[in-house]
Design a protein around this ligand. Sequence first.
Ligand SMILES: Nc1ncnc2c1ncn2[C@@H]1O[C@H](COP(=O)(O)OP(=O)(O)OP(=O)(O)O)[C@@H](O)[C@H]1O
Length: 228
Amino acid sequence: MIQFEQVSKVYSGGQTALKEVNFHLRQGEMAFLTGHSGAGKSTLLKLITVIERASAGRVAINGYDIAKVGPKHVPFLRRHIGMIFQNHHLLMDKSVFDNVALPLIIEGFSHGEIRKRVAGALDMVGLYGKERHLPIMLSGGEQQRVGIARAIVNKPPLLLADEPTGNLDPKLSMDILRLFETFNDAGTSVLIATHDLGLIARMKYRTFTLRQGRMLDNEEIGQQGGSL
Ligand SMILES: Nc1ncnc2c1ncn2[C@@H]1O[C@H](COP(=O)(O)OP(=O)(O)OP(=O)(O)O)[C@@H](O)[C@H]1O
């Protein structure tokens, strides 16, 4: 699904964020991406969504080299990726319905189809009946679930989450993880960037670990006794 081959990223200020990174997220796989603050997790996600471009190496989605995606076609590529952020980036002056409907409006779906799909997405995240609420009227966990509903409403084959449980308590974090598992069971590939080693330890998924921009292999992680 996602393949990095010898990928490096140097920002224009000269900051090296990724160094010769190799990794492969398989089709239908759910995995964690971890590492200390500044290790390069967000940068890696930004290369997949073409918010940033690699300085060297190859990033491929389904075998397609995304260096070949021109600026005009980037929005088309992003339609196939659901992105979830720690601070969920909701429009606070718009209703839950409007927030979740946004990707479908951009894609030009009919009103009827939008109503049906938004209701389905809100049902999946346990927020059915809250369509008319403003985000401010919801708890932090509920706001995060609105962000998740927006990310999955157009049924993307790939979900990327950047610290999706950062502000949530352990119980709510686990609920969010279970939600990702539901999507993964339905065939969606999921990559979750997180600092939360406790959460990772409780789940059975493969974990990619970055340290100062380098992807560690399992042997290196073992030698450090699991510390980053
Ligand atoms: N737009 C940018 N311009 C210059 N340097 C950047 C930019 N974005 C990130 N960096 C640098 O690249 C490195 C990796 O940053 P990145 O945000 O990918 O790390 P991270 O693992 O996601 O960190 P955190 O867990 O704190 O979010 C850091 O040294 C950071 O300062």
